[in-house]
Each structure stands twice: as C-alpha cells, then as structure tokens.
Design a protein around this ligand. Structure first.
Ligand code: IPM
Ligand code: MG
Length: 382
C-alpha cells in the first residue's frame, strides 16, 4: 500500500471513531433509571476465574463468599453462578475480547466478581476489561486505599469508559513512519464520574476532591475534564475542588508530609490506572487493593492488578495474594446492600492485613500461600 492510501485509510478510521463516539454521547444522554442494587430481593453473583493467578485467588474468594453468605445461599436469596470461558485461550480461539455467550451469561447476573484477565500486547485483540467496562457501561472505577497508621484514607474515582482506553485498539499506523492513538473525553462521561466523586465526598463527610489531569498539555481532552469537574463541583459548596497535574500528584503520593491531606481523587482513565497502582503499592502492593467497576445497570468487582503471568511462569501462582479480591468482595457486598457482611469482612481484613498480620503474603516463597492466608481470614469469620 502506498503512503497516500494509508492516509486515506487513517482518515476513514478517524471519521468512524468520531461518529461512534458521538453516537455514544447521544446514548449517554438518554435518561435511564439506575438499578437499585441495594434493594434486590434475590441476587445472582457471577464468578469468573480469569487467567494467570486469577483462578487461584478466585477459588479462595468463592470459599469466602460461601462462608460469609451461608445463610443467604441456603435460603436462596443469593446464588453464585460460575461463568466459564473468560479465558485467554477461549478468547483467542473465538477471536473475541469477550465471547458473546460469555457476555450473555455475565449480563444475566446482578453483579460480577472477576479474576484478572490477560491482555495480549499489540495485535488487535482488545482487553477483556476494556471491553466489559464499555459494553456494560461501568463508568466509575472506584478504588480505596488506606494506610491507617499514616492517616491515609484515599478514594479514587477513575473514569472507566473513555480516555485513551476506549480507543486503545482503534489507532492508526503508517508502517515505517508513525502510529497514532486517539483519546476521547466527553461532557456526559465526565459529568457522571465527577458527580460520583463529589457525591461520595458529600455522603462520607470529605471536604476535598482532587481533580487530576494534565490540562496544561492535553488542552482539549484534559482541559474539558477539568472544566466539567469544576462545574459539577459548584453543586457541592461544602467540598473543596482542587486542580492538580498528574505528574506532581504522582510525586505528592510519595511525599509523606503531603500525601495524608488528600481524600478523594477524580481522574481520566489512564492517569487513574497508573496512580492507583502507585497508591496500592503505598498500601502494601497491588495484591492488597480491590476495585469496583460501577455502572447504572451493572457492576463488576475485581482486584486492581492483572493476571501476573510472570508469577505463573516462575511457579509462584500459589503465593498470589487474595487480599485484593477479598477487598473487592467487601465492596461488592456493600454495593448489593449486604452491609453487615461487608462490615464484618472489612473488620476481619483490617485485622489480618493491617494489625495482627499473623500471616503475610509477599508473592514469593518467603511469604504465606494464597490458600493459607485465606484460611487465616476465613478462620476469623464465625
Ligand atoms: C486495571 C488493570 C487493567 C487496566 C488491565 C488488566 C487491562 O491494569 O484494572 O487497572 O489497564 O485497566
Ligand atoms: Mg491497572
């Protein structure tokens, strides 16, 4: 193909992306009634093992749910539904980020607990996470990080359906010359994540939200994100909206004097991805942090980390930390209104991960195994 033909193809691709995103904006503007997850009388929880260390940590998550929710499971109020097929082998064989029949099964559940899935680097296969977040419109990626002894109590609201992520498999390339990816920020998409962050601040007595962008450089997209967050903030006069740039915020989080002043963060997708790994590391590692992907109709809960293929290759899968998925379980229980169970689990996890620490998982052979740590946690639940 000659260069001119590549340019024509790239322009056609750009038009396609633009039209798709405009259609998405229009759809977002249609009024829908959000599902009240806490008012469900019967609840189906879908369980997806995922790849790499996914099945290892998910096996323990299932045991945890079976113990915590014994009564609800016996009474039929809660059903656990195993969803197979969300594996890299099946996805590659079908050539789909999430095979259609797997997506249907996931949609039939009220909430989903998902193990990490492997994302192939390069190629055309989209990440299962990105696909699910978009298809189920899970726009708020909510990630708590706490280090009580340091006074750190952070809540991150990462926009989950836009930024570089949603178009990350739609870029263009002129071989030998260049490659370009696209980034999209919409008014509607920003308003809803900003509202989620400010509502959380209001309901939880937090008086500050940090809006984190690189609006000095990414003038159109991050400029819009910052402007709209500040507009939304006007409806929350008791909450201070602070604009920060992502580079200095990354530095602030390793500044011990500075970091404890932050409370709630709202950020575009990619910055949110990066900074929540940094924050999790401050808490004790990515294996210690849970994540909620929330939308108006669906909700999916997972660990914040990936499938750790390196750990599997090195024979360390059984040393994977289940704390991340256990924290996701806690968030899920809270979301579906099983608050007493969530509180109990929160208390047990604080004991096992923060105060008593009788067993510690390090991801290496020096640490405890996933199963032993799970036994420790389960043993604290009567
Ligand atoms: C996360 C993960 C995912 C992401 C990967 C596994 C695709 O890093 O949930 O933060 O990049 O969003
Ligand atoms: Mg990440």
């Amino acid at each position: 193909m000659n260069k001119e033909a590549y340019i024509q193809d790239a322009m056609a691709q750009y038009e396609k992306v633009l039209r798709q995103q405009i259609a998405r904006c229009e759809k977002m503007q249609e009024a829908t009634i959000p599902k009240d997850f806490s008012a469900l009388t019967t609840i189906t929880i879908g369980l997806c093992g995922g790849d790499g260390i996914g099945p290892v940590i998910m096996e323990q998550a299932r045991r945890l749910l079976e113990k915590l929710l014994k009564k609800e499971l016996d009474e039929g109020k809660v059903t656990l539904k195993e969803i197979r097929g969300l594996t890299i082998e099946n996805r590659m064989a079908k050539g789909e980020a999430v095979p259609a029949e797997v997506l249907e099964q996931m949609k039939a559940c009220d909430v989903i607990l998902k193990g990490p899935t492997t994302t192939p680097k390069g190629g055309t296969m989209e990440s299962a996470n990105v696909f699910l977040r978009r298809e189920l419109d899970l726009y708020a990626n909510v990630r708590p990080v706490r280090v009580p002894e340091e006074g750190i109590d952070w809540m991150f609201f990462r926009e989950n359906t836009e930024g570089e992520y949603v178009l990350g498999s739609s870029g263009v390339e002129i071989p030998g010359d260049l490659a370009m990816d696209f980034k999209v920020i919409t008014d509607c998409g920003t308003k809803r994540i900003a509202r989620a962050a400010f509502e959380f601040a209001r309901k939880n007595g937090k008086n500050q939200v940090a809006i984190v962008t690189k609006a000095n450089i990414m003038k159109k997209t991050d400029g819009k994100f910052s402007k709209i967050c500040n507009e939304v903030a006007k409806a929350y006069p008791e909450v201070n909206a602070e604009d920060w740039y992502i580079d200095i915020m990354t530095a602030n989080l390793v500044n011990k004097e500075m970091r404890r002043r932050f409370q709630v963060f709202v950020l575009p997708n990619l910055y949110g991805d990066i900074i929540t790994d940094e924050a999790a590391q401050i808490q004790g590692g990515v294996g210690t942090a849970g994540s909620a992907n929330l939308g108006d109709q669906y909700a999916m809960f997972e660990a914040i980390h990936g499938s750790a293929p390196r750990m599997v290759e090195e024979g360390l899968a059984e040393y994977a930390n289940p704390s991340s998925i256990f924290k996701a379980v806690e968030m899920m229980l809270r979301h579906i209104g099983l608050v007493e169970h969530a509180d109990k689990l929160e208390q047990v996890l604080q004991l096992c991960c923060e105060t008593e620490k009788k067993l510690v998982v390090t991801g290496t052979k020096e640490g405890s195994t996933c199963k032993d740590f799970a036994e420790y946690v389960l043993g604290k639940i009567d």
